[in-house]
Design a protein around this ligand. Structure first.
Ligand code: SAH
Length: 394
């Protein structure tokens, strides 16, 4: 087996359970090792740390999939797929509408599989996982109720691996329209034209928890995409929800969802850049009882963290200014480079500038179908802080 030898002193994280080997940690890779194949990861004294999928073209050169000398085979992938489903079943998740596989969180690097009723959407982002495309299709089409397997590997992570974007039906027939249930709420999922795999499952549990908190409130759902948070708020009895997104397609989806539930009288839709809109709302002296902030990842790398922090601060500051005593801020960040503590600190600094005294009601993360590996921090990316404004200082 070809080897990937780490530089001296760089084995510590991996020994503690970190699952990636970065370029700068590598001393040497056997010339015979092929990208898309496997290597034994060893420390400077040649001691085995694990076995990894190799791709020299990626900044993540090695992705550890086993601590032993286990072969990367169909049998191993099948076992891991079975286990991913099994743990979700045991955790009480709805397997009909769920992320069935979350890459490293399920020890299946390079694979994401989301199920929306009859459709399974795959994202394959590693050459070693690509080799098993047919096998993956065979596995997922066998699940009861699945009518189509769709590949949507058109994301930036694939470019990082120097793989061409790919999307299309791998098996079966896509339904003309796809609707899912989230608690009491129905939502349309646009797999082909929508963002990511068509929907943001990671916020599901948080959206469901927001519903009851919204009773009787005027809600501003910022970065709404298909309107998941606002829909739960309407389902929970919000008096009015304003949905905001800069994407025309997203606003159209949100509108469709609201109309299908017959809630149009309690909703309005704004296609706008949230940063501009917040300034405008402040000038107009608008007030809300709940503001939801769910921006895209502002910090795609550690280097971008300080400019991202400024972005988060501005959003939270302006959102808090629209809230009076008793108002609720639901503030998320999905940047894996932004630690939980720093996110909370930014909200707290924003509150000081907005002259709001705030209380932390809840500190939530991504839903259970995106399992977090504590020793592998990139697996934990979503933060959702729920704050209540207790007082205004002036
Ligand atoms: N809250 C959503 C997910 C939001 S994803 C849910 O629960 O499903 C982030 C959204 O922010 C995307 O829909 C994207 O179109 C939108 N977006 C990105 N930058 C924006 C900006 N500057 N102003 C408004 N919307 C923006």
């Amino acid at each position: 087996m070809p080897k990937l030898r780490l530089k001296r002193g760089r084995e510590k994280g991996i020994k503690l359970g970190y699952l990636w080997v970065h370029h700068q940690d590598v001393e040497r890779i056997s010339p015979s090792a092929e990208d898309g194949s496997t290597v034994d990861v060893v420390d400077s004294k040649d001691r085995l740390l694990g076995r990894a999928l190799l791709n020299r073209h990626s900044p993540i050169v090695g992705r550890i999939y086993s601590r032993h000398r286990e072969e990367w085979s169909e049998a191993l992938v099948s076992r891991r797929l079975e286990r991913s489903l099994e743990r979700r079943r045991k955790w009480g998740l709805d397997l009909e509408c769920c992320r069935l596989v979350y890459g490293e969180g399920d020890l299946l690097p390079g694979l994401v599989a989301d199920r929306y009723g009859p459709v399974v959407v795959l994202q394959i982002v590693h050459p070693a996982m690509e080799r098993f495309r047919d096998h993956l299709v065979a596995f997922f089409r066998n699940l009861s109720g699945v009518e189509a397997v769709y590949e949507k590997s058109d994301l930036s992570a694939r470019l990082q691996e120097e793989l061409e974007p790919r999307s299309g039906v791998l098996w079966g027939r896509m339904p003309d329209e796809l609707w899912i249930r989230e608690g009491k709420v129905s939502l349309r999922v646009d797999v082909i034209g929508g963002q990511k795999t068509g929907f943001y499952l990671d916020q599901k549990r948080n959206r469901l928890r927001i519903g009851p908190l919204a009773l009787g409130r005027r809600v501003l759902d910022l970065f709404c995409y298909s309107g998941g948070f606002g829909m739960q708020a309407l389902g929970g009895g919000a008096s009015f929800v304003t949905f905001v997104d800069s994407s025309k397609e997203a606003i159209a989806l949100a509108r469709e969802n609201v109309e299908a539930s017959g809630w149009s009288e309690r909703a309005s839709f704004v296609e706008a850049n949230v940063f501009d809109l917040l300034r405008q709302l402040e000038r107009q002296g608008e007030h809300y009882d709940m503001v939801v902030l769910d921006p895209p990842a502002f910090a795609p790398s550690r280097r971008a963290l300080s400019s991202a922090s400024r972005g988060y601060k501005e959003l939270n500051l302006r959102a808090l200014k629209l809230l009076g005593p008793g108002g609720i801020l639901v503030s998320s960040s999905c940047s894996s480079h932004m630690p939980v503590g720093l996110h909370l600190q930014i909200i707290s600094e924003a509150a000081a500038d907005a002259r709001r005294h705030i209380l932390l009601l809840h500190q939530w993360g991504q839903d259970l179908d995106h399992p977090v590996v504590p020793s592998h921090p990139p697996s934990r990316y979503l933060k959702c802080h729920v704050m209540e404004v207790a007082d205004i200082w002036d």
